[in-house]
Design a protein around this ligand. Structure first.
Ligand code: SAM
Length: 341
């Protein structure tokens, strides 16, 4: 071993689930929500969370070391408080809360990833559908709290990317947008608030409609956004100048991806824009680690579903008849791949 070499990156990555589980557990305990009003000593915070004394100092100080808590002082008299970031994004009472994805990670995803090995050996999903023959969304949506949890999780994962898209995309040539697989109507809400002349439709399965309406009402946008129910495996899409799909194509195998792209083509007018917002993998498949991990996650959740590069997407879109294409980087690993009819 040369003196410049160190195994620490290998060890850090191998054990990174420790840090991950500390943050997920803090979210599960609603630690950041409970700390919002005022700083607390470790003892008080431990009592509020009903923790055994053995773990409290290690738990809270690990969160300090990870940068998710501030600590003023040392020892038992020290006060713990949220950082600016945890106060903004992990306080359940704020609309900016992104913890939904972490709640779902803690409840579902964490244990399913334990079976990455079997997934890689068999090519089969390792989640709730492992022992049933039903399609993933049917199983996920059988249970209302799980459906609400999934839709809340999607908001946390998508809000930053959707906000960036709404700011970066030039809407001036268009009058209407349909967000396919629109879930709680988040993308439509952000577009409607920023671009008042765009008529927005959020399209999703019938079971999702009451939840979408509830969220849209909370934002006072019920008169601006049309909630349409349908099944994109069976129905045509509402005609629109822009068709968006956020984290939709990666949920499906190649045949269904191509079906969805054809549906988008049919629903658009000449020069209409088909926008896919996902963790688009770099064409050389070397850099976008999160996009590649997301594709492994699609293996765990669906089996034959997968994430893709911009070049893959453009190849499928050309088959469908699209004329032009670009990739617009949004936030972190996420981009908008846009094909024009
Ligand atoms: C991964 S979520 C993406 C949600 C949202 N677009 C986002 O990026 O945050 C997939 C969405 O597709 C919807 N969906 C699944 N199957 C569908 C189908 N056959 N027809 C219409 N929507 C469907 C789900 O209900 C869910 O809201």
């Amino acid at each position: 071993m040369t003196s410049a070499m160190s195994p620490s990156r290998i060890i850090d990555t191998g054990l990174s689930f420790w840090g991950s589980k500390v943050l997920l557990t803090a979210v599960e305990f609603e630690l950041f929500t409970k700390l919002v009003d005022k700083p607390m000593t470790g003892e008080s915070l431990g009592k509020i969370l009903d923790l055994h004394p053995r773990g409290i100092w290690d738990f809270f100080d690990t969160l300090v070391a990870l940068g998710f808590l501030n600590r003023d002082g040392t020892g038992p008299t020290a006060f713990y408080s949220n950082t600016e970031e945890t106060s903004m994004f992990l306080d359940k009472n704020k609309l900016s809360y992104v913890g939904g994805i972490l709640e779902m990670a803690n409840d579902r995803i964490y244990k399913f990833w334990d079976d990455l090995g079997p997934a890689l050996k068999t090519g089969k999903p390792q989640n709730e559908i492992k022992h049933s023959q039903k399609p993933m969304f049917e199983v996920l949506y059988e249970d209302l709290p799980r459906l609400e949890q999934f839709l809340g999780a999607m908001r946390g994962l998508s809000i930053g990317n959707f906000q960036a898209f709404v700011q970066k995309f030039d809407f001036s040539n268009y009058k209407s947008l349909c967000d396919v697989g629109g879930a709680t109507g988040l993308l439509s809400s952000l577009v409607a608030k920023q671009h008042s002349y765009i008529k927005c439709t959020s399209f999703d399965l019938p079971i999702v409609a009451p939840i979408a309406k509830k969220w849209i009402e909370k934002e006072n946008l019920s008169d601006r956004i049309n909630v349409v129910s349908g099944d994109f495996l069976r129905d045509a899409l509402p005609k629109s100048d822009i068709i968006t799909m956020g984290n939709i194509l990666h949920d499906w195998n190649l045949e269904k991806k191509k079906h969805l792209i054809r549906l988008a083509y049919e629903a658009l007018p000449e020069n209409g824009a088909f926008v896919v917002i996902e963790n688009i993998i770099d064409d050389d498949r070397r850099k976008n680690t999160f996009g590649l991990l997301m594709s492994l996650h699609m293996l765990i959740e669906f089996g034959d579903a997968f994430d893709f590069t911009g070049a893959d997407f453009w190849g499928w879109c050309q088959e469908a008849g699209f004329k032009r294409y670009e990739v617009v980087h949004l936030v972190g690993p996420c981009s908008a791949a846009i094909a024009y009819k």
